[in-house]
Ligand binder design. Structure first.
Ligand SMILES: NC(=O)c1ccc[n+]([C@@H]2O[C@H](COP(=O)([O-])OP(=O)(O)OC[C@H]3O[C@@H](n4cnc5c(N)ncnc54)[C@H](O)[C@@H]3O)[C@@H](O)[C@H]2O)c1
Ligand SMILES: O=c1ccn([C@@H]2O[C@H](COP(=O)(O)OP(=O)(O)O[C@H]3O[C@H](CO)[C@@H](O)[C@H](O)[C@H]3O)[C@@H](O)[C@H]2O)c(=O)[nH]1
Length: 435
């Protein structure tokens, strides 16, 4: 099929490259010229495992020609289905900012005014329940001067990929959720996903309406964020009793009803999704008249983990005017993304204590520099540890587990681990956040 993707960020680029790989002809539309140029030369505009190879295979001069990019919305006219993959960030009050996705829908609608024949628009952005039917569809209708269900169809297909394993997640999904308010839109979405179903060994497909599909996405992220907050809450209790939360987690994971995933306690969740999505659904629920106590508690527990790490540091070192190493800047390993990274909160706390922060991350330094330009960034963990009075472990990169004699270069060997990466050992004053 001919597929267009509006927005070529983490989701749009991954989905576009994967759709091209499934045999579709795909065009990415993005307002950012550098992104478009990168794709058209066969380069991935973002860092994701396996994405560079896929983009090189299908875009650029040496590609199959099945993937291209443009800044011109007119490109959607030659396609059958358009996926909206535009950002839906958080406003200051926590609620969802729909301005970009609305602007994109309006331009798309104006473009579809010129389309002869049927077209299906699929919202892939994460939007609060009701947005597709009550905001996007009317916007498309008024901009196109056409009626949904007659001239075009609208669907909602939430995305569950994780950063760092986005391509693998897309190729082997736990489920595909197809929300539609009319049958033809549903058929078009099913046709786009048909080759994936074949290749991925028939993952479960949930067919529903757009509002339920929207809610499934928030329920998924809310549940996972709350699961991590619950294990963090339990971990904090464990720490009070001198019990190892990881040993406890291993035992409870044997109960099938609990499961083994998302039980790594520590510094908490960051990233571009859990923080904004828990806030957005909490704000939307409150607005609708319901107080979502569990989701609010999940956010509250998460917000205090960085300060708990710093409290542990205070027990072992006065860091005023002292060099402190921060190991890890990305919100999780495998990505250069620092959006809502817990490390940024930890750095803020260290600066409040007038510490000299020296930070290291294998790939996220440049992104962190935008937040803290005057922090000292080094290109190896050993260089960060050299002369430091304490080290804080803030991202669970594998390479931190291999650190050993590098600790000898510290001025005082205090290690406060927020991610359970470093082994407790002789010669080091070691504190784990929940163990
Ligand atoms: N990042 C993830 O892991 C992830 C996973 C699942 C769902 N989501 C959801 O998917 C949506 C997109 O997220 P993302 O992380 O890919 O965003 P992103 O910020 O990485 O990318 C958005 C892209 O849209 C482009 N853009 C902005 N305005 C535009 C416009 N008017 N027309 C065309 N292009 C425009 C930007 O230049 C950028 O390339 C969000 O709703 C997010 O919550 C994200
Ligand atoms: O046991 C765990 C698991 C995760 N985390 C933290 O939780 C955050 C989120 O991790 P993860 O879910 O792996 O990454 P994301 O890329 O943010 O993916 C989430 O957010 C995406 C955007 O909505 C969804 O598509 C994914 O399904 C959902 O997992 C990170 O800070 C992790 O360090 C923990 O602290 N302990």
């Amino acid at each position: 099929m001919d597929v267009s993707i509006i927005g070529s960020g983490y989701v749009g680029t991954t989905v576009a490259a994967c759709f091209a790989d499934l045999g579709h002809d795909v065009v990415n539309v993005d307002v950012d010229e550098a992104t478009v140029e990168a794709l058209n030369t066969g380069d991935a505009p973002i860092h994701e495992e396996g994405l560079a190879d896929l983009v090189a295979a299908h875009a650029g001069p040496d590609g199959t020609g099945r993937l291209r990019a443009t800044t011109d919305y007119g490109a959607v006219l030659d396609t059958d289905v358009t996926f909206l993959c535009l950002p839906t960030p958080q406003r200051d009050d926590g609620s969802i900012d729909r301005s970009v996705v609305e602007a994109g829908a309006k331009t798309l609608g104006e473009t579809l005014a010129e389309k002869d024949g049927w077209h299906t628009v699929v919202v892939k952005s994460t939007v609060v329940p009701g947005t597709t039917a009550e905001t996007i569809t009317p916007l498309l209708e008024s901009a196109a001067g056409k009626t949904a269900g007659e001239a075009f169809g609208v669907g909602m297909n939430p995305e569950f990929l994780r950063e760092g394993s986005a391509v693998a997640d897309f190729r082997d999904p736990d489920k595909v959720v197809l929300g539609a308010d009319d049958e033809r839109a549903r058929e078009d979405m099913a046709a786009v996903f048909a080759p994936l179903r074949e290749r991925a060994d028939d993952p479960p497909v949930v067919e529903t309406d757009t509002k339920t599909a929207e809610m499934v996405k928030y329920a998924n992220n809310g549940f996972l964020a709350a699961k991590v907050s619950l294990i963090n809450d339990i971990g904090n209790v464990c720490k009070e009793f001198g019990v190892d939360a990881y040993e406890v987690a291993e035992a409870i994971a044997l109960d099938d009803r609990i499961g083994a995933q998302f039980l790594r306690s520590g510094l908490g969740w960051g990233g571009s999704c859990f923080p904004k999505d828990t806030h957005a659904i909490t704000a939307a629920a409150t607005d609708a008249g319901y107080d979502p106590a569990m989701l609010e508690a999940a956010i509250a527990v998460n917000d205090r983990q960085p300060e708990r790490l710093l409290d542990l540091l205070d027990e072992h070192a006065d860091v005023t005017g002292e060099r402190v190493a921060v190991l890890g800047l990305a919100f999780k390993p495998g990505t250069d993304d620092v959006r809502n990274a817990r490390a940024l909160d930890v750095i803020a706390g260290l600066r409040e204590r007038d510490a000299d922060v020296v930070a290291y991350d294998p790939v996220a330094t440049e992104n962190a520099r935008e937040h803290y330009p005057d922090v000292e960034y080094v290109d190896a963990a050993a260089a960060a540890l050299d002369g430091a009075v304490a080290a804080l472990v803030t991202t669970d990169w594998d390479e931190f587990a291999a650190l050993d004699t590098e600790f000898d270069a510290m001025d005082r060997r205090v290690v406060v681990d927020g991610r359970r990466v470093v082994e407790r050992r002789d010669g080091i004053t070691y504190e784990g956040l929940t163990w």
